[in-house]
Design a protein around this ligand. Structure first.
Ligand SMILES: CC(C)(COP(=O)(O)OP(=O)(O)OC[C@H]1O[C@@H](n2cnc3c(N)ncnc32)[C@H](O)[C@@H]1OP(=O)(O)O)[C@@H](O)C(=O)NCCC(=O)NCCS
Length: 152
């Protein structure tokens, strides 16, 4: 793969992040699109409030993905991870996931955590990275966790 770099988000990334989040909703939660759009100010506030924890992947100078996490007590919750469709299966998602793990555990969190739809193949990426399914949340999403020191 050509030169991949990860960097903190800058404000001009927000439209690309918005488009990535909308594409996810349209692919995986199409019945929730109207609700998601009506909550867009809430989502924008989430991204802005955690702006320093928003990481962008750049390949050959082009925006190709992003991730966002936030500390919740001793857990670091991965809110979103997304790679532009044309750039998937090139290791970019795993690079973002690994960077989140290093940053979150380095900041003092003891566990990484996230939710994923049971039918989303992103599960495989999490499992390959040492995350373990610990249950199902109220919306039917699988909960995954990884303790500090257990990454691969
Ligand atoms: C999930 C996502 C971020 C993965 O990004 P990616 O750059 O394609 O991931 P990688 O190339 O690093 O894949 C790492 C491993 O995860 C697994 N994996 C990822 N996507 C997969 C897929 N669609 N099918 C099967 N396995 C997959 C594979 O084991 C892969 O390794 P391999 O390619 O060597 O077999 C990307 O598919 C995406 O943006 N999806 C839409 C948003 C989304 O669903 N986010 C997760 C919400 S919980």
């Amino acid at each position: 793969m050509n030169a991949l770099s990860l960097r903190p988000a800058i404000v001009t990334d927000l439209p690309s992040i918005y488009r990535g989040e909308l594409a996810y909703i349209q692919q995986w939660e199409p019945t929730h699109e109207a609700g998601w759009r009506s909550q867009v100010e809430h989502n924008l506030a989430l991204w802005v409030d955690n702006f320093e924890l928003l990481t962008v992947a750049v390949l050959d100078g082009q925006f190709v993905g992003y991730s966002l996490w936030s500390p919740e007590d001793s857990f670091a919750e991965l809110y979103t991870i997304n790679v532009s469709e044309a750039y998937r299966r090139k290791g970019i998602g795993r690079a973002l996931l690994d960077a989140y793990g290093v940053a979150a555990l380095g900041s003092g969190c003891t566990h990484l955590s996230l939710s994923v739809r049971p039918d989303n193949p992103a599960r495989l990426m999490y499992e390959c990275a040492g995350f373990v399914a610990v249950g199902t949340d109220a919306h039917g999403y699988l909960r995954y966790e990884r303790a500090n020191g257990l990454g691969t």
